[in-house]
Design a protein around this ligand. Structure first.
Ligand code: CA
Length: 262
């Protein structure tokens, strides 16, 4: 069977054919999620996902057709995963082979406003930083990205609100976080998603220095430093890199198990 679907909604759900009964063999179905306005992301929660491992797949593309770049190939059991699009559209393709049909999948998606979907701006006040309404977007590849307050370890400015959006094709992981903030109401926050609308991962208000790491649940981590009108200190730095949970994600290898439906 072959089927194409367009979902032009603010929120909704998508199920594999026949769900929760088993899907058909040789299925080839696609969905385009299009959030009605720019600057919104589709945030997808996989509520149930059981596909035959390495034979049946849900392919995730970053834009509105399978001509776009393939982000991930999901197979096996993936329930509980969360991921986001990097724009207001996302394309999904479900493909099954000729036998062993499992239960399939059910996904919910919602819209999330992300003002940082504007084009990245040139950092206005130092390396990897953007302040007072600006933004810095780091897309992780290779060895990752160094993120710091402006001019670290030189003292940061007063009255800052600086933000960083870190994107990875898998999850975002922090390394070697070092924080030195003045005791003046200054704070550093990490959010588990593409904006401040998401759950707070960490808040730091003074000193912190550790080799311990933490992760985003999905593809984005949003970072914000806010400083008051007096006193200052060194600021912060960390190294952001891509984290792949190898027990639940089959990375796309560009090999021969996928045929485009188009
Ligand atoms: Ca199968």
């Amino acid at each position: 069977m072959s089927r194409r679907n367009c979902v032009n909604e603010w929120s909704g759900s998508i199920q594999s054919p026949n769900y929760p009964s088993s899907y058909d063999p040789n299925a080839n179905c696609s969905w385009t999620i299009q959030i009605p306005l720019d600057k919104y992301l589709a945030n997808v929660n996989i509520t149930d996902f059981h596909l035959e491992t390495n034979y049946d797949f849900l392919f995730r593309y970053d834009c509105s057709s399978s001509d776009s770049s393939l982000i991930a190939s999901l197979t096996g059991q993936q329930s509980g995963r969360i991921f986001s699009s990097s724009s207001n559209s996302m394309h999904l393709v479900f493909s099954s082979d000729s036998d062993s049909n499992w239960q399939g999948f059910s996904l919910n998606f919602t819209s999330v406003y992300s003002p940082l979907l504007d084009e990245p701006t040139t950092p206005s006040c130092g390396n990897n930083s953007a302040c007072n309404g600006g933004k810095y977007i780091a897309t992780l590849s290779g060895s990752g990205a160094y993120v710091s307050s402006s001019g670290y370890p030189s003292y940061y400015d007063n009255n800052l609100s600086c933000t960083w959006l870190v994107y990875s094709e898998s999850q975002v992981k922090t390394n070697n976080l070092h924080v030195v903030l003045a005791a003046n109401g200054d704070y550093l926050m990490f959010f588990d998603g593409p904006s401040q609308d998401f759950m707070i991962l960490k808040i730091y208000t003074r000193y912190y220095d550790s080799a311990s790491t933490f992760y985003s649940t999905g593809n984005y981590m949003f970072v914000q430093i806010v400083t008051g009108d007096s006193r200052s200190d060194n600021g912060f730095y960390f190294y952001a890199c891509t984290y792949v949970n190898s027990t639940s994600l089959t990375a796309y290898s560009g090999s021969n198990y996928f045929t485009s439906p188009n």
